[in-house]
Design a protein around this ligand. Structure first.
Ligand SMILES: Nc1nc2c(c(=O)[nH]1)N[C@H]1C(S)=C(S)[C@@H](COP(=O)(O)OP(=O)(O)OC[C@H]3O[C@@H](n4cnc5c(=O)[nH]c(N)nc54)[C@H](O)[C@@H]3O)O[C@H]1N2
Ligand SMILES: Nc1nc2c(c(=O)[nH]1)N[C@H]1C(S)=C(S)[C@@H](COP(=O)(O)OP(=O)(O)OC[C@H]3O[C@@H](n4cnc5c(=O)[nH]c(N)nc54)[C@H](O)[C@@H]3O)O[C@H]1N2
Ligand SMILES: [Mo]
Length: 747
């Protein structure tokens, strides 16, 4: 019989790139994990917290994903063509020698700017391979760095453009004070940003606060909250916000006092000096230059939302006082991404919902009440950076790239990328855009000469490695985990079991590479991973006085702060914008940006929030050949590409293409049929789910499925990035992976 003494419970937290960071209790018997449980409402209440940091179905299955027998077992070197997936076993000693040799050769041949560490979020902990590799490269002469993320390129840059900061969120508990909540491109029932969002939305619902979801799909959040659903054509949100603005102005519902005191560029009377006042937002809205007033009828033709619905939504939002228009990241991973964000912020300003309880300034809405621990990078001697989504460009034509391509920190890159370090990431292939083009670029070993990967599995990216190393999972080593935007806690990964096979944490072999470079001491400062964690925790304790001692924290696996100051973003700026200016160039919220007005971009980017018909949007001429819009979303069954190889997770939400019944009918397609989805970039096979949960003219498939091409190059895995484009957005140079035109036919 099993007794409690046989079973040891070790506390840990999730550490992939899911905002959830749930508490995991690992039940261990004879060195094996027998099950995982999580935080409960009762436990949370006992420790004085409103809600538990509770694992979802993925969290409770982490061991089944990460300890699967498909794990990479030992270091390997490529023997076939690059990307073919043929490898031969080598020793760790050989691996470290080969890495060091290539590292030095490439540095000495092409210079530090030829070395690049790919975006990678498989280990989103304090100690993570990609950041540690950057640390070593910085000590060794430098590397080409990136800015932006695949997550929030447009929303972060657009929020800063208007408010001068990303700290635009109230605390979530404040939603209880709203009279109306609008979720724009947000599906928190599936996409965890944290454990609080759904808790507080449910409370709002119970209180009777109306909730509206604007999304091309009737997403799981609509169902979970029994919310109102307004379907919209993808990449047209800014046409909706323009028309709502039009209604608000026509009916004199705007908070003119707030606009006059706090904003720049709404009307002619509040424009920056030296700019034609006719460039203001109101002139655009009334069609003073283009002759097109941005009426609800105008927006209906673009967004597919009936004019009456737009009118009623505008009135409700303007009159609710206060109301919260909350943006997810879905509408900004779009070819019109910056504008969708700016449109939301504009409406929050017009309705005076900024700086008030129950309101919401919109934008990315960070609300940082506690600092996270962090490992400082030494100064990078190579000053230039590229937008992250442009790394494939930098492999092909880096030496030509300039500010027009989004290069910062210098005039022009000095080199193409010749070495890529990809540790715990699948953005080399699976999660980056246009897989066929990316493969073609990476296959050519005369372009990027050396690719180093570390992962747990033979992913699509791992297959492109020259040296492929086995990592360790969250159960096999220590780390500290940090929340996303509203966490108010820090977590600890306790070591639960010994590393499987020959797996090693990235830091441990990087120290050996450092040794070969003569940088061991500078790199490691004599610390092991565990010693770094303790050191960095103690550094944090200097400012976060509430933190318990290290051993207590470690044993509990979590610390949740008890003292959180209530935050209403921009309260003082709203009250007294003269004494407390917004951190923008003008000190006001910049509805009109003079900086943008005076800058040259590769593609058109206006100085005001306004709809611009995007490439591959519904109005693109390409729609005559590829008439269906295709978006992705982040499914509950995966964290990006993680868990796709876990059969238990496959059952939860089988990979399917969502298609409206009328679009299916006109193509002779029936529910369950396998279809071919294609455009000029590629094609894939996938079963269809015919459903009225998606708007007519739009199709969708969850992002993250494992790319699995047949010999002719047709993907059988339902991996959306076969169809996505590498074209970046005009201002942020962000990834528009939700903006694609395709056609679908029965296979
Ligand atoms: N379960 C799960 N949770 C996750 C992740 C995961 O992979 N799995 N990933 C985490 C990470 S790293 C991130 S960055 C976030 C991602 O969070 P988000 O980017 O917010 O998630 P998405 O599912 O891409 O998009 C949210 C919603 O936007 C809708 N949408 C798409 N295009 C448009 C549009 O043009 N307009 C409007 N109004 N809506 C649109 C989609 O249908 C979707 O329902 O989630 C995090 N949480
Ligand atoms: N079309 C489309 N593409 C997208 C998105 C989209 O919405 N649409 N979303 C984008 C977003 S928001 C993001 S954040 C990126 C995410 O892109 P990635 O950061 O590439 O995310 P994952 O797919 O989670 O890849 C993590 C990798 O780490 C490995 N891994 C997991 N745990 C460990 C570990 O402990 N050690 C080691 N060594 N490896 C580990 C996993 O096996 C996996 O290969 O994808 C982007 N790509
Ligand atoms: Mo992300």
């Amino acid at each position: 019989m099993e007794t409690a003494e046989d079973i040891q419970i070790i506390h840990t937290t999730g550490r992939n790139n899911c905002g959830g960071r749930c508490i995991i209790h690992a039940h261990v018997k004879d060195g094996q994990i027998i099950k995982l449980t999580s935080d409960t409402p009762g436990e949370a209440a006992r420790s004085g917290q409103d809600f538990p940091l509770c694992a979802c179905v993925r969290g409770l299955n982490y061991h089944k994903t990460f300890l699967s027998p498909d794990r990479l077992r030992y270091p390997m070197k490529r023997i076939g063509e690059r990307g073919e997936g043929k490898f031969e076993r080598i020793t760790w000693e050989e691996a470290v020698s080969m890495i060091s040799r290539e590292w030095i050769r490439i540095r000495d041949t092409y210079g530090p700017g030829s070395r690049y560490v790919n975006y990678a979020t498989g280990v989103s902990g304090l100690m993570r391979g990609n950041e540690l590799a950057k640390r070593l490269l910085a000590l060794d002469g430098g590397f080409l760095d990136y800015y932006n993320s695949y997550s929030t390129a447009c929303i972060r840059q657009a929020t800063t453009l208007m408010y001068g900061t990303n700290e635009t969120g109230n605390d979530l508990a404040d939603w209880q004070n709203s009279h109306l909540i609008i979720l724009l491109g947000h599906n928190p029932m599936e996409t965890k940003f944290d454990c609080g969002t759904m808790y507080y939305l449910r409370k709002a619902k119970e209180k009777g606060i109306p909730i509206v979801v604007i999304d091309p799909r009737k997403n799981d959040t609509v169902l979970a909250l029994d919310a109102e659903w307004i379907p919209i054509r993808p990449a047209t949100d800014s046409a909706l916000t323009d028309a709502m603005a039009y209604v608000i102005v026509s009916e004199h519902l705007q908070d003119q006092d707030f606009l006059d005191r706090c904003c720049l560029g709404f009307d002619k009377e509040h424009m920056p000096a030296g700019v034609d006042p006719g460039e203001c937002y109101l002139s655009y809205l009334n069609g003073e230059k283009d002759g097109i007033p941005k009426t609800p009828a105008w927006a209906e033709a673009i967004t597919g939302i009936p004019a009456d619905t737009i009118i009623s939504l505008a009135r409700r939002y303007a009159l609710a006082k206060p109301a919260a228009l909350i943006q997810g990241f879905g509408a900004q991973r779009n070819a019109n991404g910056e504008q969708s964000v700016r449109g939301g912020i504009l409406l929050a300003c017009m309705t005076g919902n900024v700086g008030v309880s129950g309101g919401w300034a919109s934008g990315v809405a960070d609300c940082t009440r506690h600092q996270n621990p962090h490992l400082d990078l030494p100064d990078n001697p190579y000053p230039m950076q590229i937008p992250v989504y442009r790394w494939t460009d930098a492999v092909v034509r880096g030496h030509e790239m300039t500010a027009l391509d989004g290069v910062t920190g210098g005039r022009q890159l000095q080199s193409d990328i010749k070495m890529i370090i990809n540790l715990a990431g699948n953005c080399l292939i699976n999660q980056h855009g246009d897989i066929n083009r990316t493969k073609e670029i990476l296959k050519d070993t005369s372009k990027c000469e050396f690719i180093l990967c570390s992962d747990l599995f033979m992913t699509a990216s791992a297959k492109f490695a020259d040296i492929l190393l086995p990592g360790i999972s969250m159960f096999e080593g220590e780390n500290i985990t940090m929340p996303w935007q509203y966490g108010d806690f820090i977590g600890f990964n306790n070591k639960v079991i010994e590393p499987l096979y020959e797996g090693r944490f990235e830091y441990d072999w990087l120290v050996e590479v450092a040794e070969r470079l003569g940088l061991r001491e500078a790199f490691s400062q004599g610390r092991t991973t565990g010693e770094w964690l303790e050191y960095l925790y103690r550094e944090l304790q200097k400012t976060e006085k509430e933190l318990p001692d290290y051993q207590t924290f470690k044993k509990a696996g979590i610390y949740r702060y008890r003292h959180n100051t209530p935050v209403i973003a921009f309260e003082k700026e709203r009250r007294d914008p003269v004494q407390y200016p917004f951190p923008t160039p003008s000190g006001k919220i910049e509805i009109f940006s003079k900086t943008v007005f005076q800058t040259e971009y590769e593609d058109f980017f206006p100085a005001i929030p306004r709809y611009v018909a995007p490439p591959e949007g519904p109005q693109d001429a390409l729609a005559s050949r590829y008439p269906l819009q295709l978006i992705g979303w982040h499914t509950k069954r995966r964290c990006h590409s993680i868990h796709d190889n876990n059969p238990e997770m496959q059952k939860i939400d089988p990979q399917k293409l969502w298609m409206h019944p009328l679009d299916a009918l006109s193509r002779g397609i029936r529910d369950g049929d396998t279809v071919l989805v294609f455009n000029d970039r590629g094609q894939l096979l996938i079963p269809v789910k015919v459903t009225d949960r998606i708007m007519q003219g739009v199709t969708a498939m969850a992002q993250g499925a494992w790319y699995d091409p047949d010999p002719s190059g047709t993907d059988k895995g339902g991996s959306i990035n076969v169809l996505t484009s590498l074209k970046t957005t005009p201002y942020a140079r962000g990834n528009a992976q939700h903006t694609n035109l395709v056609e679908v036919r029965k296979a």
